[in-house]
Unconditional design. Structure first.
Length: 80
């Protein structure tokens, strides 16, 4: 039986030597679970990005510049 895509174009399925299509030959995929990154790593990565953003020429009202200003208030608070 011929299969058709959304534009009514015939879809050719490639078969392996046993006559199975790619989806049938591969079988079901196992579930993949990723652990979240440690919070400290995410925080450091974000701060590095914002500090690196200081040297770039930014348009007026740049959202990343505003984020950096807000972050600096909280990060420098213990030193005031």
């Amino acid at each position: 039986m011929m299969k058709y895509d959304a534009h009514d174009t015939p879809v050719t399925q490639i078969q392996d030597p046993l006559g199975r299509t790619a989806g049938e030959a591969a079988g079901p995929r196992p579930a993949v679970f990723l652990n979240p990154a440690p919070l400290v790593d995410v925080l450091i990565e974000q701060v590095e990005y914002l500090v690196g953003h200081l040297s770039r020429a930014c348009p007026p009202r740049c959202p990343d510049c505003a984020r950096l200003e807000r972050a600096m208030v909280y990060l420098l608070k213990p030193f005031r």
